[in-house]
Design a protein around this ligand. Sequence first.
Ligand SMILES: CC(C)(COP(=O)(O)OP(=O)(O)OC[C@H]1O[C@@H](n2cnc3c(N)ncnc32)[C@H](O)[C@@H]1OP(=O)(O)O)[C@@H](O)C(=O)NCCC(=O)NCCS
Length: 158
Amino acid sequence: MGQQNYIIREFKPDDLEAVVNINRICLPENYPPSFFLEHHYENPKIFLIAEYDGKIVGYNMCRLEYGISNIDGKLARKGHIISIAVMFEYRRRGIGSKLIEEGLKRLKECGATEVYLEVRITNYPAIALYRKMGFRAIKIIEGYYRDGESAYLMVREL
Ligand SMILES: CC(C)(COP(=O)(O)OP(=O)(O)OC[C@H]1O[C@@H](n2cnc3c(N)ncnc32)[C@H](O)[C@@H]1OP(=O)(O)O)[C@@H](O)C(=O)NCCC(=O)NCCS
């Protein structure tokens, strides 16, 4: 996989501008800066960024939720991957995988027993990444996105 000149670390408020920028460039789902800060304040350990040679090139923002399990229908502590992206020039170097791997490890430490996410049914790179990381699609959420595209709900145990 080549040299790994990057580190994965927790988001800090100073990273806000960089993360908002990556989100706008890489994804159609954009959020106000306050949304990112709220996640950081509520779940500081599971909002991660990737820094490559000192530059912020990716992030994985997760949340811890308590509700009905997507696996057995009982109440469960669930991790939710809210938003993840890696800048174009830094893709296919394992950074996305590492962001997920570290997120999963930390979600487990926070008590989550499963993780879920939504992904556009045509987002093949992301679906391939999630499959590789052990997620499986358990249902289609019709018209989930604002433009009408449907999502796969993908889940994995921790
Ligand atoms: C999805 C995303 C985060 C992946 O980041 P990444 O750093 O390139 O991921 P990795 O290098 O760890 O890739 C891991 C595996 O995912 C799969 N994958 C990643 N990009 C792929 C692509 N373009 N085509 C096919 N498979 C792909 C491959 O199996 C890859 O392993 P390999 O390189 O050994 O073949 C990145 O493409 C991205 O930011 N996309 C735009 C934002 C987005 O769609 N986010 C997800 C929203 S739900």
